[in-house]
Design a protein around this ligand. Structure first.
Ligand code: NIG
Ligand code: FE
Length: 404
Protein backbone atom coordinates (compact mmCIF):
# COMPACT_ATOMS: atom_id res chain seq x y z
CA UNK A 1 0.00 0.00 0.00
CA UNK A 2 1.21 3.51 -0.76
CA UNK A 3 2.20 5.23 2.49
CA UNK A 4 1.61 8.95 2.98
CA UNK A 5 5.24 9.57 3.80
CA UNK A 6 7.08 11.41 6.54
CA UNK A 7 7.77 15.12 6.46
CA UNK A 8 11.01 16.22 8.10
CA UNK A 9 10.83 19.88 9.06
CA UNK A 10 12.82 22.28 11.21
CA UNK A 11 15.98 21.70 9.14
CA UNK A 12 18.07 24.81 9.74
CA UNK A 13 20.49 23.98 6.95
CA UNK A 14 20.09 21.16 4.45
CA UNK A 15 23.02 19.94 2.37
CA UNK A 16 21.56 18.30 -0.75
CA UNK A 17 24.71 17.95 -2.91
CA UNK A 18 22.33 18.86 -5.71
CA UNK A 19 23.44 22.21 -7.05
CA UNK A 20 21.81 21.57 -10.42
CA UNK A 21 25.11 22.34 -12.11
CA UNK A 22 27.84 19.71 -12.04
CA UNK A 23 30.93 21.86 -12.30
CA UNK A 24 30.31 24.22 -9.39
CA UNK A 25 33.11 24.36 -6.86
CA UNK A 26 33.38 25.53 -3.26
CA UNK A 27 30.25 25.66 -1.14
CA UNK A 28 27.98 25.92 -4.20
CA UNK A 29 28.44 22.25 -4.96
CA UNK A 30 26.66 21.40 -1.67
CA UNK A 31 23.31 22.73 -2.95
CA UNK A 32 22.42 24.16 0.46
CA UNK A 33 18.80 24.97 1.32
CA UNK A 34 18.15 27.04 4.45
CA UNK A 35 15.04 26.40 6.60
CA UNK A 36 14.30 23.30 4.61
CA UNK A 37 11.89 20.39 4.65
CA UNK A 38 12.32 16.89 3.29
CA UNK A 39 9.49 14.58 2.30
CA UNK A 40 10.20 10.84 2.37
CA UNK A 41 7.88 8.22 0.92
CA UNK A 42 8.63 4.49 0.94
CA UNK A 43 12.27 5.11 1.79
CA UNK A 44 12.87 7.57 -1.03
CA UNK A 45 13.12 11.37 -1.04
CA UNK A 46 10.04 12.67 -2.86
CA UNK A 47 10.37 16.40 -2.30
CA UNK A 48 13.02 18.72 -0.91
CA UNK A 49 13.11 22.49 -0.66
CA UNK A 50 12.48 25.50 1.56
CA UNK A 51 9.83 24.53 4.13
CA UNK A 52 7.80 27.58 3.19
CA UNK A 53 7.41 26.38 -0.38
CA UNK A 54 6.09 22.85 0.21
CA UNK A 55 3.61 22.55 -2.66
CA UNK A 56 0.02 23.05 -1.49
CA UNK A 57 -1.11 19.77 -3.01
CA UNK A 58 1.56 17.83 -1.08
CA UNK A 59 0.76 19.69 2.15
CA UNK A 60 -2.95 18.98 1.80
CA UNK A 61 -2.37 15.31 0.98
CA UNK A 62 -0.11 14.94 4.01
CA UNK A 63 -2.69 16.58 6.28
CA UNK A 64 -5.51 14.37 4.98
CA UNK A 65 -3.40 11.24 5.42
CA UNK A 66 -2.33 12.37 8.90
CA UNK A 67 1.31 11.85 7.83
CA UNK A 68 4.07 11.74 10.37
CA UNK A 69 5.91 15.03 10.85
CA UNK A 70 9.38 15.03 12.42
CA UNK A 71 10.67 18.38 13.66
CA UNK A 72 14.48 18.42 13.62
CA UNK A 73 14.56 21.62 15.68
CA UNK A 74 16.98 23.65 13.61
CA UNK A 75 19.59 20.94 13.04
CA UNK A 76 21.85 20.89 10.00
CA UNK A 77 21.07 17.83 7.87
CA UNK A 78 23.54 16.19 5.48
CA UNK A 79 23.39 13.15 3.19
CA UNK A 80 24.51 9.94 4.91
CA UNK A 81 28.23 9.35 4.54
CA UNK A 82 29.31 6.91 1.82
CA UNK A 83 32.44 5.06 2.95
CA UNK A 84 33.76 3.55 -0.27
CA UNK A 85 36.80 1.79 1.22
CA UNK A 86 36.90 -0.43 4.33
CA UNK A 87 38.37 -3.77 5.40
CA UNK A 88 35.93 -4.68 8.19
CA UNK A 89 36.12 -8.48 8.31
CA UNK A 90 39.22 -9.48 10.26
CA UNK A 91 40.47 -11.06 13.46
CA UNK A 92 42.81 -9.62 16.08
CA UNK A 93 44.23 -6.12 16.14
CA UNK A 94 47.64 -4.51 15.70
CA UNK A 95 47.81 -2.08 18.60
CA UNK A 96 51.38 -3.21 19.34
CA UNK A 97 52.41 -2.46 15.74
CA UNK A 98 50.80 0.97 16.01
CA UNK A 99 52.62 1.67 19.26
CA UNK A 100 55.94 0.63 17.72
CA UNK A 101 55.24 2.89 14.75
CA UNK A 102 54.57 5.82 17.02
CA UNK A 103 57.99 5.09 18.52
CA UNK A 104 59.60 5.46 15.10
CA UNK A 105 59.14 2.22 13.14
CA UNK A 106 57.99 2.51 9.51
CA UNK A 107 54.72 1.09 8.14
CA UNK A 108 55.19 -1.72 5.59
CA UNK A 109 52.73 -3.81 3.57
CA UNK A 110 54.01 -6.93 5.37
CA UNK A 111 52.01 -6.20 8.55
CA UNK A 112 48.93 -7.43 6.70
CA UNK A 113 50.17 -11.01 7.22
CA UNK A 114 49.72 -10.88 10.99
CA UNK A 115 46.03 -9.99 10.51
CA UNK A 116 45.77 -12.82 7.97
CA UNK A 117 46.92 -15.30 10.65
CA UNK A 118 44.43 -13.95 13.21
CA UNK A 119 41.59 -13.92 10.67
CA UNK A 120 42.18 -17.50 9.54
CA UNK A 121 42.08 -18.55 13.21
CA UNK A 122 38.75 -16.82 13.88
CA UNK A 123 35.39 -18.60 13.55
CA UNK A 124 32.62 -17.28 11.32
CA UNK A 125 30.62 -16.39 14.43
CA UNK A 126 33.51 -14.37 15.87
CA UNK A 127 34.06 -12.49 12.61
CA UNK A 128 30.33 -11.85 12.17
CA UNK A 129 29.93 -10.52 15.72
CA UNK A 130 32.87 -8.18 15.25
CA UNK A 131 31.48 -7.04 11.90
CA UNK A 132 28.07 -6.34 13.42
CA UNK A 133 29.81 -4.17 16.01
CA UNK A 134 31.53 -2.18 13.28
CA UNK A 135 28.25 -1.71 11.42
CA UNK A 136 26.67 -0.29 14.60
CA UNK A 137 29.69 2.00 14.95
CA UNK A 138 29.40 3.20 11.33
CA UNK A 139 25.68 3.89 11.52
CA UNK A 140 26.05 5.77 14.81
CA UNK A 141 28.50 8.11 13.11
CA UNK A 142 26.29 8.71 10.08
CA UNK A 143 27.73 6.27 7.52
CA UNK A 144 24.73 4.78 5.70
CA UNK A 145 26.51 3.16 2.71
CA UNK A 146 29.78 1.26 3.04
CA UNK A 147 32.00 -0.96 0.95
CA UNK A 148 33.83 -3.92 2.53
CA UNK A 149 36.86 -5.72 1.09
CA UNK A 150 38.12 -9.24 1.73
CA UNK A 151 41.88 -9.61 1.83
CA UNK A 152 42.72 -11.08 5.25
CA UNK A 153 41.95 -14.69 4.31
CA UNK A 154 44.14 -15.31 1.24
CA UNK A 155 43.02 -18.92 0.79
CA UNK A 156 40.13 -19.89 -1.47
CA UNK A 157 37.92 -20.85 1.47
CA UNK A 158 38.88 -17.91 3.68
CA UNK A 159 38.46 -15.22 1.01
CA UNK A 160 35.06 -16.68 0.07
CA UNK A 161 33.90 -16.76 3.71
CA UNK A 162 35.00 -13.17 4.34
CA UNK A 163 33.02 -12.03 1.30
CA UNK A 164 30.02 -14.10 2.30
CA UNK A 165 30.08 -12.47 5.75
CA UNK A 166 30.51 -9.00 4.23
CA UNK A 167 27.64 -9.54 1.81
CA UNK A 168 25.31 -10.07 4.78
CA UNK A 169 25.69 -6.39 5.69
CA UNK A 170 26.38 -4.60 2.37
CA UNK A 171 25.95 -4.99 -1.40
CA UNK A 172 29.28 -3.20 -1.93
CA UNK A 173 31.67 -6.13 -1.52
CA UNK A 174 35.17 -6.25 -2.99
CA UNK A 175 37.36 -9.28 -3.66
CA UNK A 176 40.89 -8.37 -2.55
CA UNK A 177 42.64 -11.73 -2.76
CA UNK A 178 45.58 -9.69 -4.08
CA UNK A 179 46.15 -7.86 -0.79
CA UNK A 180 49.58 -9.34 -0.12
CA UNK A 181 51.31 -12.60 -1.07
CA UNK A 182 50.66 -15.00 1.86
CA UNK A 183 53.68 -16.58 3.60
CA UNK A 184 53.05 -20.03 2.16
CA UNK A 185 53.56 -18.59 -1.36
CA UNK A 186 56.55 -16.37 -0.46
CA UNK A 187 58.89 -18.42 -2.65
CA UNK A 188 56.55 -18.35 -5.65
CA UNK A 189 54.36 -15.23 -5.86
CA UNK A 190 53.33 -16.03 -9.45
CA UNK A 191 51.74 -19.27 -8.25
CA UNK A 192 49.68 -17.19 -5.82
CA UNK A 193 48.56 -14.88 -8.65
CA UNK A 194 47.54 -18.00 -10.61
CA UNK A 195 45.39 -19.05 -7.64
CA UNK A 196 43.82 -15.57 -7.31
CA UNK A 197 42.76 -15.44 -10.97
CA UNK A 198 41.73 -19.13 -10.92
CA UNK A 199 39.99 -21.01 -8.12
CA UNK A 200 39.89 -18.06 -5.74
CA UNK A 201 38.13 -15.80 -8.24
CA UNK A 202 35.71 -18.64 -9.05
CA UNK A 203 34.80 -18.99 -5.38
CA UNK A 204 34.65 -15.26 -4.65
CA UNK A 205 33.03 -13.69 -7.72
CA UNK A 206 29.51 -14.78 -6.72
CA UNK A 207 29.83 -12.79 -3.46
CA UNK A 208 31.55 -9.70 -4.88
CA UNK A 209 30.63 -6.61 -6.88
CA UNK A 210 34.22 -5.38 -7.26
CA UNK A 211 37.78 -6.62 -7.64
CA UNK A 212 40.77 -4.82 -6.12
CA UNK A 213 44.54 -5.31 -5.81
CA UNK A 214 47.30 -3.70 -3.75
CA UNK A 215 49.73 -2.44 -6.40
CA UNK A 216 52.78 -1.48 -4.37
CA UNK A 217 56.35 -2.52 -3.59
CA UNK A 218 56.00 -5.40 -1.11
CA UNK A 219 52.58 -6.39 -2.47
CA UNK A 220 51.78 -6.86 -6.21
CA UNK A 221 53.58 -5.55 -9.29
CA UNK A 222 51.74 -3.52 -11.95
CA UNK A 223 51.87 -6.53 -14.27
CA UNK A 224 50.39 -8.85 -11.64
CA UNK A 225 47.78 -6.24 -10.72
CA UNK A 226 46.73 -5.85 -14.37
CA UNK A 227 46.34 -9.60 -14.77
CA UNK A 228 44.20 -9.86 -11.63
CA UNK A 229 41.98 -6.88 -12.45
CA UNK A 230 41.44 -8.02 -16.04
CA UNK A 231 40.45 -11.48 -14.76
CA UNK A 232 37.89 -9.79 -12.50
CA UNK A 233 36.53 -7.69 -15.36
CA UNK A 234 36.11 -10.84 -17.43
CA UNK A 235 33.93 -12.19 -14.60
CA UNK A 236 31.78 -9.06 -14.57
CA UNK A 237 33.35 -7.40 -11.52
CA UNK A 238 34.01 -3.65 -11.43
CA UNK A 239 37.58 -2.47 -10.89
CA UNK A 240 39.14 -0.61 -7.94
CA UNK A 241 42.83 -0.39 -7.07
CA UNK A 242 45.08 0.44 -4.09
CA UNK A 243 47.99 2.44 -5.54
CA UNK A 244 50.75 4.93 -4.69
CA UNK A 245 50.33 4.54 -0.93
CA UNK A 246 54.00 4.12 -0.08
CA UNK A 247 55.70 5.50 -3.21
CA UNK A 248 54.86 6.79 -6.69
CA UNK A 249 54.40 4.15 -9.36
CA UNK A 250 52.35 3.24 -12.43
CA UNK A 251 49.30 2.05 -10.45
CA UNK A 252 47.20 5.20 -10.85
CA UNK A 253 47.67 5.21 -14.62
CA UNK A 254 46.88 1.49 -14.74
CA UNK A 255 43.62 2.15 -12.86
CA UNK A 256 42.64 4.87 -15.31
CA UNK A 257 43.51 2.66 -18.29
CA UNK A 258 41.26 -0.09 -16.90
CA UNK A 259 38.44 2.42 -16.20
CA UNK A 260 38.54 1.66 -12.50
CA UNK A 261 35.69 3.24 -10.55
CA UNK A 262 38.28 4.37 -8.03
CA UNK A 263 41.99 4.39 -7.32
CA UNK A 264 42.65 4.58 -3.62
CA UNK A 265 45.41 6.17 -1.48
CA UNK A 266 47.07 8.41 -4.18
CA UNK A 267 49.47 9.63 -1.51
CA UNK A 268 52.41 9.98 -3.90
CA UNK A 269 51.23 11.73 -7.06
CA UNK A 270 53.08 12.65 -10.23
CA UNK A 271 51.98 15.24 -12.80
CA UNK A 272 51.24 12.37 -15.19
CA UNK A 273 49.03 10.71 -12.59
CA UNK A 274 47.03 13.89 -12.11
CA UNK A 275 46.67 14.46 -15.86
CA UNK A 276 45.48 10.88 -16.34
CA UNK A 277 42.92 11.16 -13.53
CA UNK A 278 41.67 14.54 -14.72
CA UNK A 279 40.72 13.18 -18.11
CA UNK A 280 39.00 10.09 -16.74
CA UNK A 281 35.95 8.85 -14.87
CA UNK A 282 38.15 7.24 -12.21
CA UNK A 283 37.70 8.79 -8.77
CA UNK A 284 40.77 9.47 -6.60
CA UNK A 285 39.86 8.17 -3.15
CA UNK A 286 41.95 9.69 -0.39
CA UNK A 287 42.26 8.00 3.00
CA UNK A 288 43.36 10.54 5.64
CA UNK A 289 43.25 7.97 8.45
CA UNK A 290 46.17 6.14 6.82
CA UNK A 291 48.59 9.05 6.77
CA UNK A 292 47.43 10.00 10.26
CA UNK A 293 48.08 6.48 11.61
CA UNK A 294 51.30 5.80 9.72
CA UNK A 295 52.81 9.28 10.10
CA UNK A 296 53.27 9.64 6.37
CA UNK A 297 52.91 12.75 4.26
CA UNK A 298 49.29 13.55 3.39
CA UNK A 299 48.07 13.40 -0.23
CA UNK A 300 47.59 16.80 -1.86
CA UNK A 301 43.84 16.98 -2.37
CA UNK A 302 44.11 20.61 -3.46
CA UNK A 303 46.23 19.70 -6.48
CA UNK A 304 43.75 17.02 -7.52
CA UNK A 305 40.65 19.20 -7.11
CA UNK A 306 42.24 22.16 -8.88
CA UNK A 307 43.05 19.84 -11.80
CA UNK A 308 39.40 18.79 -12.03
CA UNK A 309 39.77 15.30 -10.53
CA UNK A 310 36.78 13.86 -8.64
CA UNK A 311 37.96 13.19 -5.09
CA UNK A 312 36.37 10.87 -2.51
CA UNK A 313 37.25 10.55 1.15
CA UNK A 314 36.98 7.15 2.84
CA UNK A 315 38.07 5.64 6.15
CA UNK A 316 40.04 2.56 4.94
CA UNK A 317 39.02 1.16 8.33
CA UNK A 318 41.44 -1.74 8.95
CA UNK A 319 43.55 -2.92 11.89
CA UNK A 320 46.89 -1.98 10.32
CA UNK A 321 47.07 1.35 8.59
CA UNK A 322 43.88 3.16 9.71
CA UNK A 323 41.75 1.83 12.53
CA UNK A 324 39.10 4.53 12.41
CA UNK A 325 35.53 4.13 11.15
CA UNK A 326 34.79 7.85 11.48
CA UNK A 327 34.24 9.90 8.35
CA UNK A 328 33.85 13.09 10.44
CA UNK A 329 37.39 12.43 11.66
CA UNK A 330 38.58 11.97 8.06
CA UNK A 331 36.86 15.22 7.07
CA UNK A 332 38.56 17.11 9.89
CA UNK A 333 42.00 15.77 8.93
CA UNK A 334 41.42 16.41 5.21
CA UNK A 335 40.53 20.02 5.96
CA UNK A 336 43.42 20.52 8.35
CA UNK A 337 46.15 18.73 6.42
CA UNK A 338 45.13 18.06 2.81
CA UNK A 339 44.11 21.49 1.57
CA UNK A 340 40.39 20.78 1.35
CA UNK A 341 37.70 23.25 2.34
CA UNK A 342 34.97 22.01 4.75
CA UNK A 343 32.52 21.95 1.82
CA UNK A 344 34.84 19.95 -0.43
CA UNK A 345 35.59 17.46 2.33
CA UNK A 346 31.90 16.89 3.11
CA UNK A 347 31.07 16.52 -0.60
CA UNK A 348 33.91 14.00 -1.01
CA UNK A 349 32.72 11.89 1.96
CA UNK A 350 29.17 11.74 0.56
CA UNK A 351 28.74 12.41 -3.19
CA UNK A 352 32.41 11.60 -3.84
CA UNK A 353 32.06 8.21 -2.15
CA UNK A 354 28.93 7.55 -4.20
CA UNK A 355 30.87 8.37 -7.39
CA UNK A 356 33.65 6.01 -6.28
CA UNK A 357 31.04 3.25 -6.04
CA UNK A 358 29.27 4.38 -9.23
CA UNK A 359 26.06 4.81 -7.28
CA UNK A 360 23.46 7.41 -8.33
CA UNK A 361 20.98 6.67 -5.52
CA UNK A 362 23.09 7.72 -2.51
CA UNK A 363 25.37 10.60 -1.51
CA UNK A 364 22.83 13.30 -2.31
CA UNK A 365 19.32 14.34 -1.26
CA UNK A 366 17.18 15.10 -4.29
CA UNK A 367 13.84 13.65 -5.33
CA UNK A 368 14.45 10.02 -6.25
CA UNK A 369 17.45 9.49 -3.96
CA UNK A 370 17.45 7.00 -1.11
CA UNK A 371 16.39 8.82 2.08
CA UNK A 372 19.77 8.40 3.80
CA UNK A 373 20.59 11.38 5.98
CA UNK A 374 22.11 12.60 9.22
CA UNK A 375 20.77 15.29 11.55
CA UNK A 376 23.76 16.99 13.14
CA UNK A 377 23.92 18.31 16.66
CA UNK A 378 25.12 21.54 15.05
CA UNK A 379 23.71 24.45 13.05
CA UNK A 380 26.04 23.98 10.07
CA UNK A 381 27.98 21.27 8.23
CA UNK A 382 31.14 23.30 8.89
CA UNK A 383 31.07 21.97 12.46
CA UNK A 384 32.17 18.54 11.14
CA UNK A 385 35.67 19.95 10.68
CA UNK A 386 35.38 22.78 13.19
CA UNK A 387 34.59 20.43 16.11
CA UNK A 388 37.00 17.53 15.51
CA UNK A 389 36.47 14.44 17.62
CA UNK A 390 33.03 15.52 18.85
CA UNK A 391 30.19 13.07 18.03
CA UNK A 392 27.75 15.27 16.10
CA UNK A 393 25.36 12.71 14.60
CA UNK A 394 22.15 13.27 16.59
CA UNK A 395 19.97 11.09 14.37
CA UNK A 396 20.64 8.86 11.35
CA UNK A 397 18.10 7.60 8.80
CA UNK A 398 18.64 5.02 6.08
CA UNK A 399 15.99 4.46 3.38
CA UNK A 400 13.74 6.60 5.57
CA UNK A 401 14.10 4.40 8.66
CA UNK A 402 15.86 5.63 11.77
CA UNK A 403 19.00 3.55 12.33
CA UNK A 404 20.81 5.56 15.04
O1 NIG B 1 44.43 0.07 2.56
N1 NIG B 1 47.07 -0.88 1.49
C1 NIG B 1 46.68 -2.03 1.70
N2 NIG B 1 45.76 -2.41 2.59
C2 NIG B 1 45.40 -1.66 3.74
C3 NIG B 1 46.34 -1.90 4.86
C4 NIG B 1 46.03 -3.14 5.49
C5 NIG B 1 46.86 -3.48 6.67
O2 NIG B 1 47.91 -2.86 6.99
O3 NIG B 1 46.40 -4.44 7.31
C6 NIG B 1 45.29 -0.22 3.38
O4 NIG B 1 45.98 0.64 3.92
FE1 FE C 1 42.68 -0.38 1.96
Amino acid sequence: MHTPGTLFTGIGQLVTNDPGVRSLTGTARLGIVEDAALLVTDGVVTWVGPAASLPTAEAAALAVADAEVVDLEGAAVIPGFVDSHTHLVFGGDRAAEFEARMSGQAYTAGGIRSTVAATRAATDAELAARLDGFVTELLAQGTTTFEIKSGYGLTVADEARLLELASRVTDETTFLGAHVVPVEFAADPEAYVDLVVGNMLDACAPHARWIDAFCETGAFTPEQSRRILEAGTARGLGVRLHASQLSAGPGIRLAVELDAASVDHCTYLTEDDIAALAGSSTVATLLPGVEFSTRQQFPDARRLIDAGVTVALASDCNPGSSFTSSLPFCIAVAVRDMGMTPAEALWSATAGGAAALRRADVGHLAAGASADFVALRAPSYVHLAYRPGVPLAAGVWRAGARVA
